[in-house]
Design a protein around this ligand. Sequence first.
Ligand SMILES: NC(=O)C1=CN([C@@H]2O[C@H](COP(=O)(O)OP(=O)(O)OC[C@H]3O[C@@H](n4cnc5c(N)ncnc54)[C@H](OP(=O)(O)O)[C@@H]3O)[C@@H](O)[C@H]2O)C=CC1
Ligand SMILES: N[C@@H](CC=O)C(=O)O
Length: 435
Amino acid sequence: MAESPLRVALLGCGTVGTAVARRLVDRADEFAARVGRPLEVVGVAVRDAGKPRPESGLDASLFTTDADELVTRADVVVELIGGIEPARGLLISAMKHGASVVTANKALLGEDGPRLYETAAENGVDLYYEASVAGAIPLLRPLHVSLAGDSVQRVMGIVNGTTNFILDKMDRTGEDLADVLTEAQELGYAEADPSADVEGHDARAKAAILASLAFHTRVAAPDVSCEGIMSITSEDIRAARKMGCVVKLLAICERRQDERGDESLSVRVHPTLVPRSHPLASVREAYNAVFIETELAGELMFYGQGAGGDPTASAVLGDLVQAARHKVTGSRGPGESAYADLPILPMAQVQTRYVIRTDVQDRSGVLAHVTSVFGTQGVSIESMRQGVRRSEDGLATLTIATHAASDAALARTVDQLRLLDDVSAVTSVLRMEGI
Ligand SMILES: NC(=O)C1=CN([C@@H]2O[C@H](COP(=O)(O)OP(=O)(O)OC[C@H]3O[C@@H](n4cnc5c(N)ncnc54)[C@H](OP(=O)(O)O)[C@@H]3O)[C@@H](O)[C@H]2O)C=CC1
Ligand SMILES: N[C@@H](CC=O)C(=O)O
C-alpha cells in the first residue's frame, strides 16, 4: 500500500513562498524520495485568496485566508509571511497542534526566539530557521551543529543583501542611495518595509540570531547596537575609494575577555570601511558573506546569495526536508543551547578604528589644534592627510585615521573637534575593520 503523504501548510505565497511552492510541485518525486513519504501541500494562507497565482504551480482551491484553521491540520508548517503577528501566533498554535515548523522570519526570531524554542521543546516538535540569516547560505546549521565542539570567537559579515546591493552599486556607478534602493525593491531583495533593510534592523535581527547560536547565549535584537546606511552619501563612497576602501554594512559579534578573565559580548551592526584587499570588499550585489573565527578551526568563510526567492527557497526547503524526515523517522534534530548567559558589552566600551573627515581652515597651527584634541581624549592617530585648499570656500579636507579607540572616547573627540575655530565641519565618522 502507498505511504500516506505528510501534510505541509504554507503560510505566505510572496517572493519566497512562491519559489518554495513551485519547487514542491515540480520536484514532488524527489522530495518524496528524500523524506521517505510524499509531501502534500494541504493549503496556502495568504491575505488575498482570490488573486491568481499561476507561478506557484498550485491549485487555486488551496489558497485560503483562514491561516488559524490551516495550521491545525498540518504535519509541517512553513511560515513565509514575515513580521511579528500573525506569524508568531500561528507558529505557536501550529506547534501546540503537533506540527514542526520552518520559518525564514528573522524579525520574529530576533524579537521572540526563546518563546518559540520553548514551545517547540514543550511540544516535541522541530523549529528550523536556516533561511532567516544569509538566505541561501548554509550557515546556521554549521554554526550550531558542525561547530558545537569548537569555541567561536568572532562572527563578522555582510548579512543584508539589499544594503549590499545599494552600497555596491553606489561604489560602481556613483549613484545616490535613494535611486538604487528602488532597484533593490524591484528585484525582490528588500523587506516589505525597506526601512528594515536600510536602517539596519534586518541585519540587527540576524546578528542577534548569529550571536545566540555562536556563543550559546541569548541575544535579542534590542541588545544589538545598530546603525543603518541612510547617512551614507556618494561623497562618503568616493572618499572611501580614495583611501582604497569600500563601505559595507557589517554585523559583528565578538567574544571579549577583560583583564580578570571575565567574558562578555559585543554585538553590533554599522556601516564600516573595509580595505579593497579584504575578501568582504569583493562581495557584490545582493550576495552575503560571513567570516567565523574559532579556536580550533581558525577562520571560516561562508559566501552566497543572501536574498531573493529561489536562493531563500533553497534554505527553506532544506529545513522542510529535515523536519519532514524527523516526522517520518521519529528522531529529533538539535535544540536550542543557551546556558552561557553572557553579558552584552555596551557600545560605548567597544573598541574599533575610525576614519574622521573634517573641513578645516587651511592655516598654520590647525594640525596642532586638531591633534591636541585627539591627545586629550586618549585617541591615538594612525595617519592624517590634508587635501588641497578648495578655491570655492578656502577650506581643505583633513582625513584622520585612528588606532583602536572606544566609542565613548571617539564621540568626545568629535564633540571637541566641532568646537574648534579651525574646524568648519566634521563631515563623516566611519568605523574601519578588516585590517
Ligand atoms: N525576500 C527575500 O529575499 C527574503 C525573505 N526572507 C523572509 O521570508 C519571509 C517572506 O518574505 P517575502 O516572501 O519576501 O515576503 P512577501 O511580502 O513577498 O510575501 C508575504 C506573503 O505573506 C502573505 N501575508 C501577509 N500577511 C498575511 C496575513 N496576515 N495572513 C496570511 N498571509 C499573509 C502575503 O499574502 P498576499 O500575497 O495575499 O499579499 C504574501 O503572500 C519574511 O520573513 C522575510 O523576512 C528571508 C530571506 C530572504
Ligand atoms: N531584505 C533581506 C532579505 C533577506 O533576508 C536582505 O536584503 O537581505
